[in-house]
Design a protein around this ligand. Sequence first.
Ligand code: NAD
Ligand code: TDX
Length: 334
Amino acid sequence: MFSNILVTGGCGFVGSNFVHYVHRNHPEVHITVLDALTYAGNLENISSLLSHNVDFVHGDICDDELLDRVVPEHDAIVHFAAESHNDNAIVDPAPFIRTNVEGTFHLLEAARMYDVRFHHISTDEVYGDLALDDPARFTEHSPYRPSSPYSASKASSDMLVQSWHRTYGLRTTISNCSNNYGPYQHVEKFIPRQITNVIDGLRPKLYGDGLNVRDWVHTDDHSSAVWAILTRGRSGESYLIGANGERNNLTVMRAILCEMGQPEDAFEWVKDRPGHDRRYAIDATKLRTELKWKPMHTNFEAGLRETIRWYIDNQQWWRPSKAVTEQKYRAQCR
Ligand code: NAD
Ligand code: TDX
C-alpha cells in the first residue's frame, strides 16, 4: 500500500524500533529516516539497516527548504520526532514548543503541499491524569487536559493535526500511546535509568511516594499498532494504544531490583516531579475491535527481563550518555 515512507525521529527510541519493525515485517517498503540527532537521537540505532532499503537524512523538521526536498518523494509520513522527556521540559520548555508544536506545523504544511498521508505519534499524557481509585481509563472521547509542558506541547500538535484534516482535508491519523519500554530507550527515562544505575553501582531513584501508575507497553507492540493504524486506520481518527500494563513505579522498581539480584529496598526516595501525573490508563478497545490489533508482549516481567539483558549487553550504547544524564539530574536533585 505504501512503498516509500518518511519516518521523522527514526533515530530515537520508539522511532528506531518502528524502523526495525517495518524493515523486519515489510522489507519491500523503502524508509527515509529524517532526524536532527539531538542528545536523544543515535544513528547507531538504525546503522545495521542503512543501505537495506533504509536511508538517513540528517536534518530538522523545522527546516522548510529541507522538507521541500525530502517530502515529495514519499507516500506517507510517520511523525515520531519530538522532545520527549518531562523532566527536561520542566527545566526548559522552549525546545518542546519549537520541535513538538512548530515542527509538527512545518511537517503538516509540507504534507499538505505535496498531499502526503500523515500519521502523528502522540501520547496518552494529552488526557492529563486519573486518580488512583478512579475505575476509568482513557478513551478516544476523553477530554484533552494536559498538565505538563511536555504534554501540553503534544496536545497542541494533536490539535494542529486534527485541524489540518478538517480544514484542508489532509489524510491524517493520530495514535496516543502509553509508556513504552524496550531496547534503545534513553537512560534519562525511568526503566533504563534504574537498570543502568544498578549496573553502575548507583542507587536507583524513585520520585515522590512511588505510587504513580504508568500503563506499560512494549515498543514492538507500539510499532505493530502504528503500522495497523497507518495502513488501515480511518482518516481523521485517533486511536489509543495500550496493553493493559498498569503498574505503579514502586512495583516496577522492585521488579528491576529483584531481576538484577538486589534487595527490594536498595533504592533512594527522591524529590517528586512538579505536577507529577498520578495515573495513566488506556482503554484500547477501538484499536482492538476496529483494526483487530493485539499486543504480543503480554508478560511485562518477561519483557522487562529481556530489556535488562539488553542494557547489560549493550553498555557501549548507553555509556556515553549516562554521566551527563546523571549530572543533569543532580542539578535538579531528582
Ligand atoms: P526520543 O527522545 O527517544 O527520540 C526523539 C527523536 O526525535 C530523536 O532521535 C531526536 O534526535 C529526534 N528529534 C528531536 N527533535 C527533532 C527535530 N527538531 N527535527 C528532527 N528530529 C528531531 O523519543 P521517543 O521516546 O522515541 O518518542 C518518540 C515519539 O513517541 C514522540 O513523539 C513521543 O511523544 C511519542 N511517545 C513516546 C512514548 C514513550 O514512552 N517513549 C509513549 C507515547 C508516545
Ligand atoms: O528516575 C526516575 N524516577 C521515577 O520515579 C524517573 C526518570 C522517573 N520516575 C517516575 C516518573 C513517572 O511516574 O517514573 C515514571 C515514568 O517516568 P518517565 O520514564 O520519565 O516517563 P513519563 O514521564 O511517564 O513519560 C513517558 O511516557 C509517555 C515518556 O517519556 C513520554 O515521552 C511519553 O509520552
